[in-house]
Write a protein that binds this ligand. Structure first.
Ligand SMILES: Nc1nc2c(ncn2[C@@H]2O[C@H](COP(=O)(O)OP(=O)(O)OP(=O)(O)O)[C@@H](O)[C@H]2O)c(=O)[nH]1
Length: 296
C-alpha cells in the first residue's frame, strides 16, 4: 500500500507568555521565533515548516489574541483573526500554572466563531505535579469542545511527539508545499530585527515596556563574506533612549554583543553590528508609523 502524505497549516494561538514561541522553537530545533520573559513579544507572523516522512506541518505563529488597548494591539488582533481563516487546525496553548481567566474565555469565544478544529495544548507541564494535570484539563474541556488535548513542556521538549501525532490525525492528505530544508519564510532582515529587539527587552527589563521597534537599515555581505548590519532601535521617549544607550553606551554595547552572537549563529558568518537609537514619538498609535515598520 502506498504511504499517505499529509500536510496542513497550523495556527498557534494563546495568551502572551504561555510559551508559543518556545514551542515553535523546540519543534523546529532552531532559534527563530523571538523569546523573552516579557509578554507580547511576537509581532510578526512567523511561519515555520516541519517536514517529516509522512507529513509537512506548517506552523503559523500569531500575535496574541487579546482585547486591544491601542492601535498596535488592534493590528495584532486583526492579523491573528485573519490567520485563523487560513488554517486547518488551531493549537490553543495555555499555561498550566495560570488559572483559566477572562483572557482565555475571550480567546475561546473567538475560536468558536472560526469553526476550525482546536487542539488544547497544556504547556509548562514541568511546573506542576501529575495530580494537577487532569483537573486543569477538565476546567478547559468543560468550556470548549476541543478535538484533542495534549499536555506538554515546550521548554523540556516533553511529549512533543504526542502533539505531532495528534496534529497529524486531523490533517488531510496533501502535498509537500515547501522544500524539506526550509524552516521559515521570514526574510533574514526581519529575524535579525527581532533578535535585536529581544535583547533590548531582556536587558532593559521593566524600564522599557513595549515601546520599541527595530528596523534593519542595511545588511551587506562584504567581499570576505563578513556581513555588515546597520539597525535602528526606535523608542517613544528621550528618557527611553537614555536607558537603552546606558552610561557611556555600555548597555547598547551589551545589546549589540548578545544580538551579534545570535545573528552569527543564524547566518553562519562573522557580523559587524552597528546599532543606533532614535526617538519616534508615539509610534504605537500612528497608522503611518506602523506601516513604515511593515505592519500592513
Ligand atoms: N517552565 C517552563 N517555562 C516555559 C515553558 N515554555 C515556555 N516557558 C517560558 O515562558 C516564557 C514565555 O515563553 P514564550 O515562548 O516567549 O511565550 P509566548 O507565548 O511566545 O509569548 P508571546 O510571544 O509574548 O506571545 C519564557 O520565559 C519561557 O522560557 C515550559 O514548558 N516550561
Amino acid at each position: 500500500m502506498e504511504k499517505i502524505h499529509k500536510s496542513g497549516f497550523i495556527a498557534v494561538i494563546g495568551r502572551p507568555n504561555v510559551g508559543k514561541s518556545t514551542l515553535i522553537n523546540s519543534l523546529i530545533g532552531q532559534k527563530i521565533a523571538i523569546m523573552s520573559d516579557k509578554p507580547q513579544t511576537t509581532r510578526n507572523k512567523i511561519l515555520c515548516v516541519l517536514t517529516q516522512d509522512d507529513a509537512q506541518i506548517i506552523f503559523i505563529d500569531t500575535p496574541g489574541i487579546h482585547k486591544p488597548k491601542h492601535k498596535l494591539g488592534e493590528y495584532m488582533l486583526h492579523a491573528a483573526e485573519n490567520t485563523l481563516k487560513e488554517v486547518d487546525v488551531i493549537l490553543f496553548v495555555v499555561d498550566a500554572t495560570e488559572d483559566l481567566g477572562a483572557g482565555e474565555l475571550y480567546i475561546l469565544e473567538r475560536l468558536q466563531a472560526t469553526n476550525k478544529p482546536v487542539i488544547l495544548v497544556v504547556n509548562k507541564l514541568d511546573k506542576i505535579t501529575k495530580q494537577q494535570v487532569l483537573p486543569i484539563i477538565s476546567r478547559y474541556t468543560e468550556k470548549y469542545p476541543f478535538i484533542g488535548v495534549v499536555p506538554i513542556s515546550a521548554k523540556e521538549k516533553t511529549n512533543l511527539d504526542g502533539l505531532l501525532v495528534e496534529i497529524k490525525k486531523h490533517l488531510e492528505e496533501g502535498p509537500q508545499y515547501y522544500p524539506s530544508d526550509m524552516v521559515t519564510d521570514q526574510p533574514e532582515r526581519l529575524i535579525v530585527a527581532e533578535l535585536v529587539r529581544e535583547k533590548v527587552l531582556i536587558l532593559t527589563r521593566e524600564e522599557i515596556p513595549h515601546a520599541i521597534a527595530v528596523d534593519v537599515d542595511e545588511m551587506t555581505t562584504r567581499s570576505n563574506e563578513d556581513v555588515y548590519i546597520r539597525a535602528t532601535i526606535y523608542v517613544e521617549r528621550d528618557s527611553q533612549k537614555g536607558i537603552i544607550i546606558g552610561a557611556k553606551g555600555t548597555l547598547l554595547k551589551e545589546i549589540g554583543a548578545l544580538a551579534r552572537r545570535d545573528i552569527e549563529t543564524l547566518l553562519g558568518s562573522k557580523i559587524y553590528l552597528d546599532l543606533w537609537v532614535k526617538v519616534k514619538k508615539d509610534w504605537r498609535n500612528r497608522d503611518g508609523a506602523l506601516k513604515s515598520f511593515g505592519f500592513e
